[in-house]
Design a protein around this ligand. Sequence first.
Ligand SMILES: Cc1ncc(COP(=O)(O)O)c(C=O)c1O
Length: 388
Amino acid sequence: MGVPFLDLKQQYRSIKDEVDAGIRQVMDSCRFVLGENVRSFEKEFASFCGTEYAVGVANGTDALRLTLLACGIGKGNEVITVPNTFIATTGAISQTGAKIVFVDVNSSTYNIDVSQIEGAINERTRVILPVHLFGQPADMDPIMEVARKYNLEVIEDACQAHGAEYKGKKAGSIGDVGCFSFYPSKNLGAFGDGGMVVTNSDEIAQRVRMFRDYGQIKKYEHLVEGYNSRLDEIQAAILRVKLKKLNEWNNLRRGNTSIYDELLKDVDEVITPSKAEYAKHVYHLYVIRTKKRDKLQEWLKSKGIGTGLHYPVPLHLQKVYEYLGYKEGDFPVTEKCAKEILSLPMFPELTKAQIEKAVTGIKAFFAKRHLFVKSRTTDDELYNRGIR
Ligand SMILES: Cc1ncc(COP(=O)(O)O)c(C=O)c1O
């Protein structure tokens, strides 16, 4: 038996009765859009994050995009973010008409390098958009400081950080606005798409509500055209059940991380994830780094061990962003990460035996390489002998 990268079925089985009852209740009510479940889930999620307001939207990308629009961002404005993220972060920026401005990430947390932000600010800058990558918050205090100095908004991309904390505060609640995705693989995942905007600003919450629902301030009164980007009732009913389990699931992820860290500590060729002192990490992903990434991934695949790459091509080198004028070498830390990162299996229900199996696979790979170097045997010869 191999080790899957992610297994959502086990989680569903563990909460099936409650989830099925929630879905059934929505179907019986025939109230599918913006009803009681969305309203209640918004309250419950705001309370979980420690914010005044939460507004459910169709997905995490729209959480970011509608937030930017609600903050009045558009053509002529610049938004500072990182190239070491999923394209949804930057898509949300450029789709408002604003310009994406990249700064590199820090080599230990892989989050925005706060020392580089000030140098990227000019008179067009309106927003700093840090991403809490892999479940670890960016260093928010210096970000807030520079934002206040230049009168900028801070919008947190917390799409990978449900329940993570920065100095005791929940990710998403520290900046002006926090944006979440409920894509099924997230720490809090729906059975389809979903997203949420959290904030303490009444004005921003109201404007996001308006943008998500055709720009209506009340039925058939439209201040702007707006969009159709609503969290639906079935997803909200499922997410209400799952939110109650989120802390427990995040603890299990942390437990799995400790096992990985311990087992991998003597493997010199592997760098395990670092945890910043300020952070309560929720390990959306457990991402190691190694110079032999591609070969290791291939090897693990051959042993039935699932892995992922988050992300193999930095955004500033993507074809779609050629027009921004960046080139190779502009963001060396991001570029190094893209070549070396490897995400290992990580989900709450992952067992110790599965982690041991994945690590045994990693250790066998490096042992084999040492043998290879010593004996100068060719890769093909090793393969033919069944070692590779
Ligand atoms: C960092 C980050 N930002 C934004 C998103 C967008 O979320 P969604 O897929 O729900 O649109 C994701 C999720 O995939 C993400 O990982």
